[in-house]
Design a protein around this ligand. Structure first.
Ligand SMILES: *Cc1c(COP(=O)(O)O)cnc(C)c1O
Length: 490
């Protein structure tokens, strides 16, 4: 198993791909092949399944060590199943991905990534300190801070869009303790922050300055293959869980519906399909920032459109990085073709994949988007009908799934990926039922009163915590920030 860059360049090992985060050509690392996994050989244990999958992609990693890393990483989850599956209707189940310490699905990858990173540093003999730059739309930031806090040989700096995340998300980040972690708000949206981070990665000047300080950059965003890999696991475990509950038999196809921004989570589902998981449709759900819906429906990616701030802020994204990995596959791994599309996107804000490729994608992918009003009415309706409280991202996916089902009549068993605990977005979720007040913690209590759903300790514990990271910068100051923070600690 080697890793290739979507824009060409040398093949690298898994450890090199994880340490580098992004390839020197600006491309993203993808596995040279997709190992096949016989689902019948899997048991119902999360760690065993994770081992079966990760070990195939990390051939240089010692098996016993990998088992120990998995055990240590997922100990922090509050459910023995790690990502439990909850039945909602006769044909629909919810896959809850938010039982980790920061209450969003990013924990599934970011609780294990620091272990993989440390192991990779050892395997590559890297002797620099690794400085992990993160651009976050809200949830990756806290999950990365939590995961890398105190991890020897690493430091983390998180950039989040100023005014572009929920209050709980912001508080989770700015109250973070620890000596190797930093947070800075950026005056811009998530796309701006992510582009800024990618620019720093590509900057020769930044690389040289950091090298002098004994430091090298890496990424904890889903551009890092180490972030995607752990996400493949729950596609298999949730499938296995439906077999266990008698909803499907081995070999039956299922649908997955995924709220999508950077196309990371749903790409992990695509990789699961390539590994042999029987899937009918991967349904790509967006909010008003519906650039991906248009891509799947029209075969053209066009990011020249207004950026909207929404309640499902973690998917407020117009430049969907991981789509590049899917493009690489649909172009039959032709890196020149990928480069051409990416250049067109950079220069003209758009590219087209042609009708033939679009139609081929339509065999596996479906797509849809959901307005703010519909997000709220879905939260209200689903709670009224099934007593299940959804966060805005999950509600976006639910709405898109319901419309897909109505449109197609497809009654295949469907797994809805629930990506955040509703209390992370308490004020917005409350507004589905009544007018929220200005105090977020009061809104948490009111939402608890209405729903009876338990408030996680990670939310109530934010109250009164000291705000430690109040730094704000402009987009053109990001690189200088990085260098300054590194020199302070050098
Ligand atoms: C990050 C995130 C998503 C989107 O995941 P991508 O990998 O960017 O598609 C969806 N929901 C929540 C709550 C998230 O934090």
């Amino acid at each position: 198993m080697k890793y290739l860059s979507t824009r060409g360049g040398e093949a690298v090992t898994a450890a090199q791909a994880i340490v580098q985060g992004i390839s020197p050509t600006g491309g993203l690392y993808v596995p040279s092949s997709f190992p096949q996994l016989d689902i019948k050989s899997l048991n119902t244990d999360y760690l065993d399944t994770a081992y079966a999958i990760l070990s195939k992609y990390l051939p240089e990693t010692d098996g016993e060590e990998l088992r120990q890393m998995l055990k240590d990483a997922y100990r922090s989850f509050d459910d023995p199943a790690v990502t439990p599956v909850v039945p909602l209707t006769e044909t629909e189940s919810v896959l809850e991905l938010w039982h980790g310490p920061t209450m969003a699905f990013k924990d599934v990858a970011l609780q294990i990534l620091p272990y993989l990173m440390r192991n990779s540093l050892r395997l590559t003999g890297e002797n620099h300190e690794i400085y992990i730059l993160v651009a976050t739309s809200g949830d990756t930031g806290k999950a990365a801070l939590e995961g890398f806090c105190g991890v020897e040989g690493t430091r983390v700096l998180v950039f989040y869009p100023y005014g572009g995340v929920s209050r709980a998300q912001r508080l989770q980040m700015v109250t973070q303790e620890g000596d190797n972690v930093d947070v800075c708000a950026v005056r811009g949206n998530f796309d701006d922050a992510q582009t800024g981070v990618k620019k720093i990665f590509a900057s020769e000047e930044a690389r040289a300055a950091l090298e002098k300080l004994g430091c090298r950059l890496s990424s904890a965003n889903s551009i890092n293959f180490g972030r995607l890999l752990p996400q493949i696991v729950y596609y298999f475990t949730s499938y296995r869980s439906l077999v266990e509950s008698g909803r499907i038999a081995f070999g039956d196809r299922v649908n997955f519906c995924v709220p999508t921004g950077n196309f990371g989570d749903i790409l992990a589902g695509y990789y699961a399909v390539r590994m042999g998981l029987p899937v009918n449709r991967l349904i790509c759900a967006s909010n008003r920032n519906n650039v991906l819906t248009d891509f799947f429906e029209q075969g053209e990616y066009n990011d020249i459109r207004p950026f909207y701030k929404s309640m499902s802020c973690s998917i407020d994204i117009l430049i969907s990085s991981n789509l590049e990995r899917l493009l690489y596959e649909i172009a039959d791994r032709d890196e020149a073709q990928v480069c051409q599309w990416m250049e067109q996107l950079r220069d003209n804000g758009r590219y087209g994949i042609g009708e033939k490729r679009r139609a081929a994608l339509g065999e596996l992918f479906a797509a849809g988007w959901c307005s703010e009003e519909d997000t709220l009415s879905t939260i209200r309706r689903v709670f009224g009908k099934y007593g299940y409280l959804m966060d805005p991202h999950t509600a976006v996916a639910q709405t898109v799934y319901e419309r897909y089902r109505e449109r197609t009549g497809d009654d295949t068993q469907t797994i809805l990926l629930s990506t955040a605990n509703p209390y992370k977005f308490a004020s917005d979720v409350l507004s589905a039922f009544e007018t929220p007040g200005s105090d977020d913690f009061m809104n948490v209590e009111r939402l608890n009163g209405i729903s009876g759903v338990k408030v996680p300790a990670g939310i109530s514990g934010l109250r009164g915590k000291k705000e430690r990271h109040l730094d704000v910068c402009d987009l053109d100051e990001m690189q200088a920030r990085v260098i300054r923070k590194v020199s302070v600690h050098a």
